[in-house]
Design a protein around this ligand. Structure first.
Ligand SMILES: O=C(O)c1ccc[n+]([C@@H]2O[C@H](COP(=O)([O-])O)[C@@H](O)[C@H]2O)c1
Ligand SMILES: Cc1cc2nc[nH]c2cc1C
Length: 348
């Protein structure tokens, strides 16, 4: 697929924000990473001070995975569909955290082995019910990967046009930590052993099997490791393709994206192959326990905001960072300067 050069974030607004951070009533740098985040938000929103995000949307991309046949997870495939039902009914961890931080939730059926009743919370882009078993066959035709990337891009653009000013990537898909590890290994060149983890909490025997599957899939890939659509078609999931497109679309619409765990990080690596400027629009919500997440974040040059030992997915780690993102913007918008407050500055 064609690689785009998107629009970089705005350097002028970032310079203004950097200058403003230095005039606010605090020792320079004392708000640490919150200051960097404020400067990044000024660059993304192309305004100083940046607006405080008002309408964050958590996008849970759901899909089923043929690689479950290799015994890479102890959970049955039907849990993906059952959890989609739980999201739509409001009973999952992400529903609780979304309410806590004032975010909305939407579920995207990217390819789940079930049919759901129509709901304002549900968006369907499904092309198939399950991916191919990547140990023995491609996950999907490249045309499907491309279509789902397009769906993700248009979804982000549509939501931005409706006023969504912060996008959060979430996921649901039993077995999806296996394709995530494969995508991360293939895109970063790091070994299968270093990126494969215990997912939902698999035992030593299953971890060994899972690592062997990831190693085989990555080693046998004969395509172009710089092509997101080829990688996704060979070893991805439907949710990875949709989320990659969502991230590219968000960057195009100047909307920041908070990444969740290993699935989101794998999708972000794919997005960065499509458009090398997307990293500038990304905020790492948290550090997932899954080792591939840290490998991918380092490759993308991102440092996670929180590290709470989470490994749930759904967008939970991203949701927890929303108050910090809002706080970073609000500091720039509402703090007094030394001048306006009549506070003396430090002696040189
Ligand atoms: O977000 C993460 O980093 C993460 C880490 C481990 C597991 N998960 C979730 O657990 C499911 C996949 O785990 P598994 O063991 O079946 O591959 C899937 O629904 C993910 O959302 C998510
Ligand atoms: C119960 C359950 C909930 C989840 N949420 C995200 N991944 C999940 C995996 C399982 C197994």
């Amino acid at each position: 697929m064609t690689v785009k050069t998107g629009r970089p974030i705005d350097g002028v607004s970032m310079d203004e924000a950097r200058g403003l951070q230095g005039r606010l009533t605090k020792p320079a740098g004392s708000l640490g990473r919150l200051e960097d985040l404020g400067i990044q938000l000024a660059g993304i929103y192309r305004a100083c001070p940046p607006p405080v995000p008002r309408d964050p949307l958590i996008v849970i991309a759901a899909g089923d995975h043929g690689v479950i046949a290799e015994g890479v997870t102890p959970w049955p495939q039907e849990v993906t569909a059952q959890m989609v039902g739980n999201f739509l009914a409001g009973g999952a961890a992400i529903n609780v955290l979304a309410k806590e931080v004032g975010a909305r939730v939407v579920v995207v059926d990217c390819g789940v082995h079930a049919q759901f009743e129509a709901s304002p919370m549900l968006h369907v882009v499904k092309r198939a019910l399950v991916t191919g078993d990547i140990y023995v066959e491609p996950a999907m035709p490249e045309s499907v990967a491309l279509e789902l990337i397009e769906e993700g891009m248009s979804f982000a653009l549509q939501q931005a046009a409706r006023g969504v000013d912060l996008l959060l990537t979430g996921d649901m898909g039993i077995a999806n930590t296996t394709p995530s590890a494969a995508l991360i290994a293939a895109a970063t060149g790091v070994s299968a052993h270093a990126v494969t983890g215990r997912g939902t909490g698999v035992d030593d025997h299953t971890l060994a099997k899972k690592t062997a599957v990831v190693a085989h899939v990555v080693d046998s890939f004969q395509g172009d490791r710089a092509s997101a659509s080829q990688l996704l078609a060979r070893m991805g999931g439907f949710e990875h393709a949709f989320l990659a497109g969502l991230i590219v679309g968000a960057a195009e619409a100047s909307v920041p994206v908070i990444l969740d765990g290993v699935i989101s990080v794998a999708a972000a690596l794919m997005a960065s192959l499509i458009d090398s400027t997307v990293q500038q629009y990304l905020i790492a919500g948290h550090r997932s326990v899954e080792p591939g997440a840290s490998v991918g974040l380092t490759h993308l040059g991102l440092a996670p905001l929180v590290d709470l030992g989470l490994r749930l997915g759904e967008g939970t780690g991203a949701a927890l960072s929303v108050p910090m993102v809002r706080a970073a913007a609000r500091i720039l918008a509402e703090m007094a300067t030394f001048d306006s407050a009549g506070v003396s500055t430090a002696k040189d």
